[in-house]
Design a protein around this ligand. Sequence first.
Ligand code: PLP
Length: 374
Amino acid sequence: MSALTQNATPGVLSLEPYKPGMPLDELQRQLGISDAIKLASNENPLGPSPKVKAALAEAIANQDLALYPDGGGFKLKAAVAKMHGIDPSRVTLGNGSNDMLEFLGRIYLGPGRAAMFSQHAFAVYPIVTQSQSAEAVIVPALPRSHPTMPLGHDLEGFKKLWRDDISIVFIANPNNPTGTWLPAQDIEAFLAFVPKQVIVVLDEAYWEYLDPALRGDVRGWLDKYPNLVVTHTFSKTYGLASLRAGYALSSPEVADLMNRVRQPFNNNSLALLAAEVALADQEHVRKSVALNNSERARLEAELARLGLSWLPSQANFLAIDFGRDAAPIHQALLQKGIIVRPTASYEMPNFLRITIGTPAQNDRLLKALQEILQ
Ligand SMILES: *Cc1c(COP(=O)(O)O)cnc(C)c1O
């Protein structure tokens, strides 16, 4: 190992880079085909609102791209604040919601400190923790045999493993890659348990897909718990993953801290505009969620017919359990031009995470699975 590598901080030294799914272009080059489909990264198969595309085209024609963007994100912040019925001083904007997870890591983590999160939780939590040379306290998930929420977050387990050096707790609701969710009253009880100087990140990247009856009173929680940070993204339901935009809702105090560590211009002008226009088109959100829910139900019925099982999901993907190493099935799907997400790195080697696509994409997936499993 060279001295340059050896001199990296201990956390970075032991860090493994995040492995994104295979890009469509790469598979198409490999197979010499042009009709591969990607059901691997939980993007909206309908794409963004058509109004976003029109606004971007107009902006590219008329905006002065040589100028720095609005570093304060005034208009988008105002739109987010209005939608959630809170003051703009409680909104922080990020280059994807990933940005906010990193801000919080920089503010609250470091050697001698710890972050707590669940087994099988989103891959960015361990990366943020380790990059700050902090310790990860990983709480075992609920058992696969759990009657209602197999492999879900176990908040009682979080309480049992509590330690005084924990500075951040990451909770994904619904979680990726499982799709599992938490009852709102359990989240509230956990917020009441956590010491008031410890940040609780409620990562709601899939919030729009969560059944409204299952959603908590986030605004009320924010008033009551100044240590709560709720993150949302424009990458999933809003169909803007390529532009990188997300936001956090928090107390003004924590928003101020995040504002200190962020890059001065962490959102580009096109992302700010696209997010603002996307937010205003809630009809597109409704349409996207409705398609997702009906296709998810159809996929579930067809998967049952194939003798497969999956984890309960309130998101735009299903974690399918093949009951054996899923790597060969992943490979076989690739050969048929279908990219899905292996979950071996999440300690779920028997599963594949499959994003709910358009009806035609889902038909192709089901046909391929049937052929592979025969
Ligand atoms: C996709 C995802 C995000 C969003 O990431 P962005 O940086 O906003 O694209 C955050 N959390 C979870 C759990 C996710 O699955």
